[in-house]
Design a protein around this ligand. Sequence first.
Ligand SMILES: Nc1ncnc2c1ncn2[C@@H]1O[C@H](COP(=O)(O)OP(=O)(O)OP(=O)(O)O)[C@@H](O)[C@H]1O
Length: 271
Amino acid sequence: MATGTLTTTTTGAARDSARTTPPAADAGFVTRNLTRSFGPRQVLRGIDLEAAPGEFVALLGRSGSGKSTLLRALAGLDAEAGGEILVPERRAVVFQDPRLLPWKSVLDNVTLGQHGAAAAERGRAALAEVGLTGHERDWPKTLSGGEAQRAALARALVREPALLLLDEPFGALDALTRIRMHALVQELCSRHRPAVLLVTHDVDEAVLLADRVLVLTDGHISLDVPVELPSPRLRGDGAFTALRSRLLRELGIDESAAGAHAPSGQPPPAR
Ligand SMILES: Nc1ncnc2c1ncn2[C@@H]1O[C@H](COP(=O)(O)OP(=O)(O)OP(=O)(O)O)[C@@H](O)[C@H]1O
């Protein structure tokens, strides 16, 4: 998947401030001095980030640290964020709940906003990619939680995003479905190569899926580490465990309280 042209959004408080030089045009996304406050509380305190096209970045942080706030700013859903955001025009978001329109068929949800035979064909192809062939004419309420989330992924894919924003997309799924979704997202991302920002509270998930893991603490990126593990990545493998321990420490989570690595696929949350 090609990276789209980056669009610059200078938002919020920084709207009138001096503009900085645009980044290299091949960046996946860029933020400069990204800030966001809610009343007196400054949640994002000037975040500078840059991700390469096709890079899979996971964002960890304790509950309320501002992960979703950062993702919403990148999605263009927050007009009040301050600083500079450079993102491709073609971007898509998948949230924890699938947000399918109940009065539209699964296929019509996937192709929402797109019309004609070519759009329907792309929608059917995206549904096939997520294993939902045969469900095109179904109503969303007849899908299981995992199927609905796969439909939401298809809706994102059909837009051929250069940037895919995932906000705890597996959070509401049972352990087995979550493992299957991990495999599906890995496969789809290796095929389409969007830049990805995955917001999660799940340390194991971040280490399993990402090329790079960030930890958000007190409004700053307190840790930014590449995930350099042999493939396939195995929970319980020495390097996996070492990185997991480092991330848990950064999150201030007692490893014994977090438990051993979780073969059940239900890793400890960073809460
Ligand atoms: N619209 C809003 N109005 C007021 N406060 C908000 C708003 N959105 C977020 N916040 C506050 O900003 C902080 C960060 O919220 P955010 O949802 O980004 O955290 P998070 O790291 O994604 O948390 P979690 O892991 O629990 O989902 C929280 O204290 C939250 O209450």
